[in-house]
Ligand binder design. Structure first.
Ligand code: GLA
Length: 387
């Protein structure tokens, strides 16, 4: 990959002198969905697919950015002297947002860059191509210019940039999973404190299979923001009767006692998801530590039901994929993963059942939705690095 990127860089920018090549991964979340802006726990892992960047410093303040995934847009040129968020910016809003965030934090770039990008995360799949691009950009800047920032800082700055430059009000999970990824481990992260623990994923005889529905409904951003507001509203009402800073602070007992204070049933259902999903995530990690994969899978299934019914972030296509997966023997658990309204499911499937899983799920998806899905038997990879 490194060689191909350098060759491409040479083609696009004329020569490849001084070029360095980097990679940052995408992520899949095993459990703990829509908890990261509610002070809860998440349990994602980094993938071996992600975003690659070939980059070098320039002698002036120009930014010359090119993506092999959007080759028809050619080189998009701008300047460090004008980094304000702009409506018209294309994909370059992600790397530019990170540069803008670095500058806001006192890490001023002494010069511009030439940058060529390539991503192998399927478009719109919900496997965090944008977070991987943000973390990649931060990691490249830190290495090129010698900025003293940790990988954890890269996650925080990536999220800040996505919230404030790109206008997507996401939590910290995606950037954290990309920046802190560790081969064969998932990350058990407390999003209230950013304390975390690596948990080895030893799935004797099972694999993690991601199924891409290849649908992405346009609701994602607006509904995401609505869910955030509903959770804030629920928290405010709960705080009138119980001492808590976030929904993630509440135990099942506390919540059962006080949930009635949330007047609107829809808002109450959202809070039920946020509180119970956090508890499920903690339990799932305990189950994994005890090697109880069956329990882990059941908690994944319960997570899906809750995201579908209480949080209402699934969609008919995803529900068909999950229902079909649940019917296959050898599937321990299956659920929607990521923000919702399309994207991917994640399933734990016995090695011996993988072929049957693919056949059955694809067949049912075609029959019921008239669509083709795609399967990835994923490996858990490391965080950002220079190649
Ligand atoms: C998106 C956001 C994350 C997280 C998930 C839902 O991926 O970027 O911060 O909220 O949705 O768990």
């Amino acid at each position: 990959m490194k060689k191909e990127l350098i060759q491409e860089f040479e083609k696009v920018f004329g020569d490849a002198e001084g070029v360095q090549v980097f990679f940052a991964p995408g992520r899949v979340n095993l459990i703990g969905e829509h908890t990261d802006y509610n002070g809860g726990h998440v349990f994602p892992c980094a993938l071996t697919i992600g975003t690659y960047g070939a980059v070098r410093k320039r002698n002036d303040d120009k930014l010359r950015l090119y993506s092999m995934n959007f080759a028809d847009l050619g080189i998009i040129e701008s300047s460090l002297s004008d980094m304000r968020p702009k409506e018209e910016t294309q994909w370059t809003a992600y790397p530019k947002g990170v540069i803008w965030t670095f500058e806001k934090n006192g890490y001023k770039l002494p010069s511009g860059i030439d940058l060529l990008l390539y991503g192998d995360i399927p478009n719109g799949s919900g496997l965090s191509s944008s977070a991987s691009l943000e973390v990649l950009t931060g990691y490249m800047l830190k290495t090129l210019f010698g900025f003293d920032v940790s990988n954890k800082d890269l996650a925080v700055m990536g999220q800040y940039s996505e919230n404030n430059y790109n206008g997507m009000n996401c939590g910290i999970m995606d950037q954290f999973a990309s920046a802190m990824g560790k081969k064969d481990n998932a990350i058990f992260l407390d999003t209230a404190t950013l304390e975390f623990e690596y948990a080895p994923i030893v799935l004797n005889g099972y694999k993690i299979v991601v199924t891409n529905s290849k649908v992405k409904h346009s609701l994602v951003n607006s509904e995401y923001n609505t869910r955030r507001k509903e959770c804030e509203e629920a928290l405010k009402q709960l705080q009138t009767v119980v001492d808590c800073k976030t929904l993630g602070d509440l135990s099942a007992e506390d919540y059962a006692t006080h949930a009635r204070v949330i007047a609107d049933p829809t808002v109450r259902a959202r809070a039920t998801h946020a509180v119970c999903e956090n508890i499920r995530t903690i339990k799932a990690v305990e189950a994994l530590k005890k090697n109880d994969l069956k329990e882990f899978g059941q908690l994944m299934n319960a997570s899906h039901v809750s995201l579908r019914d209480d949080y209402a972030v699934s969609c008919p296509e995803i529900d068909v994929l999950v229902d079909a997966a649940w019917k296959v023997e050898g599937v321990l658990g299956s659920r929607i993963t990521g923000g919702g309204f399309g994207g991917c499911t994640v399933s734990i499937v016995a090695d011996a059942s993988i072929e049957e899983f693919k056949e059955e799920v694809a067949k049912e998806y075609k029959e019921k939705c008239g669509l083709e899905c795609e399967f990835y038997v994923v490996e858990i990879g490391d965080g950002p690095r220079e190649l």
